[in-house]
Design a protein. Structure first.
Length: 493
């Protein structure tokens, strides 16, 4: 059914598409085609098919049951007629003909009945309702005459089908006889067909009403899906704010919730991308402007040219570092960013201290509590910690202390960098790990592009961990990498 409807819709569309249809007509045609091939139509089509098949099967079963019941009623009536003759014959010494005469006087056949008596092999008397005389049916009398036991059967006559019962009648001193009670069943079949026709008419009416109700219910059930489609079509880069209201708590409602969650993630991603592009453009524009300005003012003096080229190389190096950081952040979202290997984290902290001491004259120290070997990327962890140390150095003086620490416990290890510098204002702590983010109240321009802490966060999340900050203005800051302990090869086997 779906294929036929789709074919008709496609044919209509192909015929009309050749003409110069106005836009409104094309929209109406598209809506018609969508309605003919949509989920609502398919649901209704299958519903109607299944319901029609069920109704057809029930009508056939009903007709067979009614025919069986009426057939039993006919057999019961024939048995009653034969039993009446048997009661008269019981204890009677009358001849067979006398019994037949007495029975036919007291029992008159109904319009659909016939009583036929046979003495010997010849018809004797009959009582019929004016339909048809069975003795006129060739071969019938000879078939039932002289039967030894009751016989039931069916006949086809010019007046219609007949159900009959033939019983033998034997009286002492008289030739054997046969009593036949017959019933024309076409009236019974007409009654059954009439009842089935009424039931079919009622069923078709109910099918129509139920189809209308099913169409409305399907439209109501699929309304969130249509709204979802309209919302998806209306979404663009400029507007990702539309959401689908959840009206039910079923699969459709959960689908709407999932779709809204996806839109939230897309909106956040697009906003982040827009801000990233804007910030990257702003950060790259400054060194480009500096380079362009100095090159335009470049003179012939060798000393001036040397100073300008040194400045240009410095700005180009800063741009190169920025591009490398951006590429690193992009790789952090892809598989293969980490190269895991067994790492002894307490030894790693000691190695870090040896690397950072030459960076700046500070009061360096370590504080290690516990030890562990875990699966991690040693180079990425070193990179993250070096970024944290560089940040601590940038916000401290020679009189300040910087401490590298390790805490192991509760299924995780925490590597941290703590300093006694100026600290971070509370209003900056929520955004300090964003890309290109710098403190709002910094008095000097940082040498970086504001990507160091964003890289730290990306490395921590790649290890399925997190980065934490504890700081108060004027009271220093502590940055912590909280990472889960990953079993090394062979552990737990």
């Amino acid at each position: 059914m779906d294929i036929g409807v789709a074919t008709v819709a496609t044919s209509i569309t192909a015929e009309l598409r050749g003409a110069a249809l106005p836009t409104r007509a094309r929209l109406q045609l598209d809506r018609l085609r969508s309605a003919l091939t949509g989920a609502r139509t398919r649901i209704l089509g299958w519903y109607v098919i299944l319901l029609a098949v069920a109704i057809g099967l029930s009508l056939v079963a009903e007709r067979q049951v009614l025919l069986h019941r009426l057939s039993n009623r006919v057999d019961t009536q024939l048995t009653v007629d034969a039993d009446a003759l048997s009661h008269q014959a019981a204890g009677s010494r009358s001849s067979v003909t006398a019994l037949f005469d007495n029975y036919l006087r007291t029992h008159v056949a109904a319009p659909d009945e016939e009583f036929l008596t046979i003495v010997g092999a010849r018809p004797y008397e009959a009582s019929f309702g004016g339909r048809y005389r069975l003795e006129q049916l060739g071969g019938f009398v000879s078939r039932v005459a002289g039967v030894a036991d009751p016989v039931r059967g069916d006949l086809d006559t010019p007046a219609g089908p007949v159900r009959y019962l033939a019983v033998p009648v034997v009286q002492p001193g008289s030739p054997p006889g046969t009593f036949v009670a017959a019933y024309f069943t076409d009236a019974v079949h007409s009654e059954v067909n009439s009842e089935v026709s009424v039931a079919a008419a009622v069923s078709l009416t109910m099918l129509l009403l139920m189809s209308i109700i099913a169409w409305l219910v399907a439209g109501r059930v699929l309304a969130p899906v249509r709204l979802m489609t309209e919302t998806a079509r209306s979404i663009g880069e400029s507007d990702l704010s539309r959401r689908i209201p959840r009206t039910t708590d079923d699969e459709i409602g959960r689908l709407a919730t999932t779709f809204n969650s996806m839109l939230d993630r897309l909106q956040a991603a697009f906003l982040s991308q827009r801000e990233f592009v804007s910030d990257a453009g702003h950060e790259l524009r400054t060194p480009i402007t500096v380079i362009q300005g100095h090159l335009e003012l470049l003179g012939d003096d060798p000393t001036e040219r040397a100073e300008t080229m040194a400045l240009v190389r410095d700005e180009l190096d800063r741009m190169s570092r920025m591009v490398d950081d951006l590429l690193l952040l992009a790789k952090a979202e892809r598989p293969g960013f980490l190269r895991l290997e067994p790492v002894a984290v307490d030894d790693l902290v000691q190695e870090l201290l040896a690397k950072v001491v030459p960076l700046a004259p500070r009061r360096w120290s370590t504080r290690i509590q516990g030890s562990a070997v875990t699966m991690a990327d040693r180079q990425r962890l070193t990179q993250a910690m070096m970024n944290l140390v560089a940040n601590a150095v940038a916000h401290t003086t020679e009189s300040d202390a910087i401490t590298l620490g390790l805490d192991v416990g509760r299924g995780e290890y925490r590597i941290w960098v703590s300093d006694t510098g100026s600290g971070i204002p509370f209003e900056d702590q929520a955004r300090i790990f964003d890309r290109f983010a710098r403190g709002r109240h910094e008095r000097r321009r940082s040498q970086g592009a504001g990507l160091g802490l964003a890289i730290v966060k990306a490395i921590a999340e790649a290890h399925r961990g997190r980065v934490e900050l504890a700081s108060s203005p004027g009271d220093g800051a502590t940055f912590t990498l909280a990472l889960p302990l990953q079993p090394t090869i062979g552990e737990g086997l």
